[in-house]
Design a protein around this ligand. Structure first.
Ligand SMILES: [Zn+2]
Length: 314
């Protein structure tokens, strides 16, 4: 199959996409806000993004070989249904994202959780076949796991939904119905509430800049965030022991100062615990190069690796 493919990463805040040839040549890109609306708004956002990508690449959307989509929430890749994408107003009732987008264009659509897509993309960008965890800290917090070369989705598609581990019983309420979820205290959205910035500015980058300048409140917020993220890294490593943990999502905009802060927060308990010291958690933590977009790279890979149904059933 030699048709071009499209890959989209639908975030709680921004939707990004690429249309590329099968050989990987990028023909068009898009970056557009993910509007907040009712539960079906996200389908309209995706359809419009694919239309605009096709227009920019000067092809008809139905000429695409496949469309890969990463979305937050619990995703069944077999049906393309999404549930519990709390940042997209999708709750218990499944939203048939794959079927709706497929109907719009008449091409195969592969849907997976956004952190899963980003984990695939990160493994491709790093060129690693080792076990890898992609810790996505954006509007929400979740982990994508590539173990033994394949995605680990879990029984209910909830593997890696660590953002809803309740870490602070007195913390703020989370849209999932619990209180003090990791996501409610340490996501990009939580940081944006604690460190408000102007439109278009990254709260994490702004806070780290202020902390470097000696702002005491910024230093406290930085250390608080770093300790929550260090806890997340500990949970991941003590559960599945991956060789690489990629710190990603919108928060990665803060770059090396963020990596340094989380590494410092991992070193502190390792000084008291020979067990943690030997596990070398800080050494496994990496950032992707600035500007890398693993969610989109992974979504394109999902579309590229898609086998037409006729081949799959043959
Ligand atoms: Zn929650």
């Amino acid at each position: 199959v030699t048709e071009p493919v499209a890959g989209l990463d639908v975030g709680g805040t921004t939707t990004r996409g690429v249309l590329s040839d099968r050989d990987g040549t990028t023909r068009a890109t898009i970056r557009t806000p993910t509007p907040i609306g009712d539960r079906t708004t996200v389908v309209g956002t995706i359809v419009e993004a694919v239309r605009r990508l096709a227009q920019r690449a000067a092809i008809a959307p139905d000429a695409l070989g496949a469309i890969g989509i990463g979305v937050p929430g619990i995703v069944d890749p077999a049906t393309g249904e999404v549930r519990h994408a709390v940042n997209l107003a999708v709750g218990r009732e499944p939203l048939a994202v794959g079927a709706a987008v497929g109907r719009a264009f008449g091409v195969p659509v592969i849907v997976d959780n956004d952190a899963n897509a980003a984990a695939l993309g990160a493994a491709e960008l790093l060129g690693t076949r080792d076990d890898l965890a992609y810790l996505s800290v954006g509007t929400g917090v979740a982990v994508g796991l590539v173990l033994d070369g394949t995605l680990r989705r879990g029984w209910r598609g909830a593997a890696g939904e660590i953002g809803h581990i309740a870490v602070d019983p007195l913390g703020p309420p989370c849209p999932c119905g619990q209180r003090g979820c990791l996501e409610a205290v340490a996501s990009g959205a939580a940081l944006a509430r604690r460190w408000p910035v102007d439109d278009g500015e990254s709260p994490a980058a702004a806070m780290f800049t202020a902390a470097r300048g000696g702002d005491e409140r910024a230093i406290r917020e930085r250390d608080r965030l770093a300790s929550h993220l260090a806890r997340a890294v500990g949970i991941i490593c003590l559960t599945v022991d991956p060789a690489v943990v990629v710190l990603g999502g919108g928060i990665a905009d803060a770059g090396p100062p963020l990596l340094d802060a989380v590494r410092r927060a991992l070193h502190a308990p390792a000084r008291r615990s020979p067990l943690l010291a030997d596990l070398a958690l800080a050494d496994r933590l990496v950032l992707l190069p600035a500007g890398a977009d693993p969610g989109v790279v992974g979504a394109v890979a999902m579309a590229r690796n898609h086998e037409p149904a006729s081949l799959r059933t043959a």
